[in-house]
Design a protein. Structure first.
Length: 256
């Protein structure tokens, strides 16, 4: 039986990278999937690929709290409900403690922390209002543990999201709403390629060189993340809630 049969799933930031991978995996597992993004051409193309009977695109800039709230309400209006939410939208622009402007800091808080707060608020309101169980997965980051010096605003926002995930899970466990988070490590995506070239002067060899330095000989893969997320939002993950899982090949704590 498909893991997400008869479920309605909303994926924020579903037009590219890991979010698009989750959209495809959820459809494959039997769900009807709505997803948000800022690029209507890309969103419409993904709907065409998957079929308008199972995929629904909502154009939204989640840095705007009203649009974050509205995206969930739009999905409820279209599909009738939201059973599962995956907060995948994220901003990864660089900044250190010394060179981060107030504007850059506010951008990270808006996209990486405030947006998932309000999409969760709207989704849990729908679940509780219907007296229905539900599941949420927040895509966080290994940078929530502290991160590199050039990820100061990103690390701050993602650490906040980890705390929010636990708080929301505790607050709504008796509503049978399970909320978990994934601290994603270094992952191979088009967006990561662009980041490496823009901020780190990387050339065409960066991916192969990076892979050679990692224990598993590769960066994390989008389809692997997507399968794990589908497992967490499905009943197969049982009663687990309030967990922040390090999805990475780096082990925090030990050292040579």
């Amino acid at each position: 039986m498909s893991l997400l049969a008869d479920r309605v799933v909303l994926v924020s930031g579903g037009t590219g990278g890991g979010g698009a991978g989750v959209v495809r995996a959820a459809v494959r597992e039997g769900a009807r999937v709505a997803f948000t993004g800022r690029r209507p051409g890309v969103g419409d193309h993904l709907v065409k690929e998957l079929g308008s009977d199972v995929a629904f695109y909502v154009q939204a800039d989640l840095a705007d709290a009203e649009q974050a709230l509205g995206s969930v309400r739009h999905v409820v209006s279209h599909f009738g409900r939201v059973d599962c939410l995956v907060n995948s939208a994220g901003l990864t622009t660089r900044g250190t403690l010394l060179d981060t402007s107030p504007d850059l800091f506010d951008q990270h808080i808006a996209v990486n922390l405030r947006a998932p707060f309000f999409t969760m608020q709207a989704a849990v309101s729908d679940m509780v209002g219907r007296g229905a169980s539900g599941t949420i997965v927040n895509i966080i980051s290994m940078a929530a543990h502290g991160g590199q010096p050039y990820l100061s605003p990103y690390s701050a926002a993602k650490a906040g999201l980890a705390g929010l995930t636990r708080n929301a899970a505790f607050s709504h466990r008796w509503d049978k709403v399970r909320i978990n988070g994934l601290n994603i490590g270094w992952t191979q995506t088009e967006g990561e390629d662009a980041i490496q070239r823009r901020f780190h002067d990387a050339d065409d060899r960066w991916l192969a060189e990076a892979a050679r330095k990692l224990p598993m000989g590769k960066l994390g893969q989008v389809d692997e993340i997507a399968d794990f997320v589908v497992f967490l939002i499905s009943d197969r993950s049982g009663v687990v809630t309030g967990s922040i899982i390090d999805w990475d090949q780096v082990v925090i704590g030990p050292y040579d």
